[in-house]
Design a protein around this ligand. Structure first.
Ligand code: 3PG
Ligand code: MG
Length: 390
């Protein structure tokens, strides 16, 4: 894209955690730097937009991108201008005052209710801040059909994917369309209901699926196994039964926990012990996969050539119940060193690979939570579909 001297509207996902007015995890910001640096090197005038949190259509200082602008300035080693509203006179004046290579960050687009409504007039006002060029690098927001992601593309001449967006689509796209086999999918997290489409789609594509975390209990219960006081989604048992029998009929390896760490209460310091699933005490709840399960999972992972992981194996934020998740993180890293392509997405599993100290040994850590899940579920992402000059 020729962008010398042109104002380019770049949608980024700077929805980062803040702590005491400072950015506490800037991963998403650092991941988009190559795109910004390329645009700067091409002499573009950068108009950046993002959402932060869910301010629900009203300005709220708690969700201001001001601290993000300051942090971005440190990361880029250059001045970053800030406009206190993402549309209107101030933003227009500041965008027009940019020199080549200049950077302007607009205030939170979700201060306006029109953003989430993908409002046409609001989209046009956003587009007025650039010279017909739109770049979307906000993979994490690509599942949202919002004005700054989708609507704006109708009012610019060219809309293209940024480098981070391309990288995300390349890794995730290859996994679901042309994976090196065996392809092992690892799914965890609290609820089956959050991941039904992902389970169904990946069962069609992968060679094996390892299920841990709270969502495993609905599957165990569906097999008539004791689950004690563990979390079970009763209204999803029929679905779990259907998936299990589908897997059996096709010889698909759907691997469930055989043992777990059970606790007397949902508390970090609760009394706990390891038990086989068959011996689950009636009033205790499973909060992590057990060592035998971790070893079986590690074994499956060790022979994989493609690995996709989303969701922790237990209540990972409590150290007493983090071992299973950390073991999986180490197994994924080891398989990667042996030649597998590994893709990790979702806040908790990403945190786990960091905590296990293996983040730099994973092939691709996705910046998208919801977006990567929807993609793996086989959905078309509106923010990707809207780009006409990929
Ligand atoms: C995310 O953090 O998953 C993205 O930034 C999207 O945020 P949202 O779920 O509030 O749309
Ligand atoms: Mg989210």
């Amino acid at each position: 894209m020729e962008m010398n001297g042109k104002r380019v509207f770049i949608r980024v996902d700077f929805n980062v955690p803040l702590d005491g007015g400072k950015v506490s995890d800037d991963t998403r910001m650092r991941e988009t730097l190559p795109t910004l640096e390329l645009a700067i090197a091409k002499g573009a005038r950068l108009v950046l937009a993002s959402h932060l949190g869910r301010p629900k259509g009203t300005p709220n200082p708690k969700y201001s991108l001001k601290p993000v602008a300051e942090h971005l300035s440190e990361l880029l080693g250059r001045r970053v201008e800030f406009a206190s509203d993402c549309v209107g006179a101030e933003a227009e004046a500041k965008s027009k005052a940019l020199a080549n290579g200049g950077v302007l960050l607009l205030e939170n687009v979700r201060y306006h209710p029109e953003e989430e409504k993908n409002d046409e007039d609001f989209s046009r006002r956003l587009a007025a801040l650039c010279d017909g060029l739109f770049v979307c690098d906000a993979f994490g927001s690509a599942h949202r059909a919002h004005a700054s992601v989708v609507g704006i593309t109708r009012f610019v001449q060219k809309s293209a994917a940024g480098l981070l967006m391309e990288r995300e689509l390349a890794y995730l796209g290859k996994a679901i369309s042309n994976p090196e086999r065996p392809f092992v999918a690892i799914l965890g997290g609290a609820k089956v209901s959050d991941k039904i489409e992902v389970v169904e789609n990946l069962m069609k594509i992968a060679d094996a699926m390892l299920i841990g975390g709270g969502m495993a209990y609905t599957f165990l219960k569906a097999q008539g196994l004791p689950t004690g006081a563990s979390m079970v989604e009763l209204d999803k048992i029929d679905l779990a039964k259907r998936l299990i029998s589908e897997a059996r009929a096709r010889n698909f390896r759907l691997v469930l926990p055989v043992d777990h760490v059970v606790a007397a209460a949902f508390k970090a310091d609760a009394e706990k012990k390891t038990a086989s699933i068959a011996d689950t005490p009636e009033t205790w709840m499973g909060l992590d996969i057990g060592p035998e399960t971790a070893a079986r999972f590690a074994d499956e992972i060790s022979s994989a050539k493609t690995i996709v992981w989303n969701g922790p194996m237990g209540v990972f934020e409590m150290p007493a119940f983090a071992q299973g998740t950390l073991a999986v993180a180490r197994a994924v890293a080891k398989a990667t060193a042996a030649g597998a392509t590994s893709i990790v997405g979702g806040g908790d599993s990403v945190a786990a690979v960091h905590q296990a100290g293996v983040a730099d040994q994973i092939s691709h850590i996705s910046t998208g939570g919801g977006a990567s899940l929807e993609f793996l579920a086989g959905a078309k992402l509106p923010g990707v579909e809207a780009l006409t000059d990929r």
